[in-house]
Design a protein around this ligand. Structure first.
Ligand SMILES: [Zn+2]
Length: 201
């Protein structure tokens, strides 16, 4: 598992609900947490590691020793948004790019935790609300470059072009599969690629 950079097609592929919190899911989530901490990120969503499922991990302290701040959110839904505030954002799929993005100031959300309990609560800080909105966007194939205002978009244009060029070059070198093959892989993962095929009729 590794974090993919924009414009990897997984980042535009809407995630499906995670069907079960089983051993396999726990292992994958553990790997996601490791990658988030290695990247010093506050959050990481399934599509960023080519997992087309509605899951994200977060730790607002970005510190694996701060276990109380660590959260795994499964099949999350934002129920309500209040207020509006601009703040600086980055993304592990756009290393080095930071721009201002306007987001709701507080949200109320529902999501399952790793124990399978449904949690329904409001965010306690602006940064928590910001990370939540950023990560839930990922699950719908929406990226922070889409949410930037016109000035931030212009400022980010050079960096975005560089990500696009680097990605296509990696594909040409064969380091990253072609877009059609990535789409096939995502579909197979959604349909449970590890399930045995059904018996012949
Ligand atoms: Zn991101």
């Amino acid at each position: 598992m590794k974090i993919v950079n924009y414009p990897h097609p997984s980042l535009r592929h809407p995630a499906v609900p995670l069907p079960a919190i089983d051993k396999k899911a726990r292992l994958l989530i553990g790997e996601m947490l490791d990658l988030m901490y290695q990247g010093h990120g506050l959050g990481l969503a399934g599509p960023q590691v080519v997992l087309p499922f509605q899951i994200f991990v977060m730790n607002l302290k970005a510190d694996p020793n701060e276990r109380a701040s660590e959260h795994v959110w499964i099949n999350p839904v934002i129920m309500e948004r209040k207020g509006s505030v601009e703040g600086e954002e980055g993304c592990l799929s756009f290393p080095g790019l930071y721009q201002k993005v306007r987001r709701a100031k507080t949200i109320r959300f529902q999501a399952y935790n790793l124990k399978g309990e449904l949690v329904d609560r409001s965010t306690e800080s602006e940064i928590e609300a910001r990370v939540w909105q950023h990560e839930v966007d990922h699950l719908h194939g929406v990226l922070f470059i889409d949410k930037m205002g016109p000035i931030a978009k212009i400022a980010a244009r050079g960096a975005v072009k560089t990500f696009e060029r680097d990605f296509r070059r990696s594909q040409e070198r064969g380091e990253i599969p072609a877009d059609v093959d990535i789409e096939k892989l995502l579909k197979a993962l959604e349909n449970g690629a590890n399930e045995p095929p059904p018996p012949p009729m």
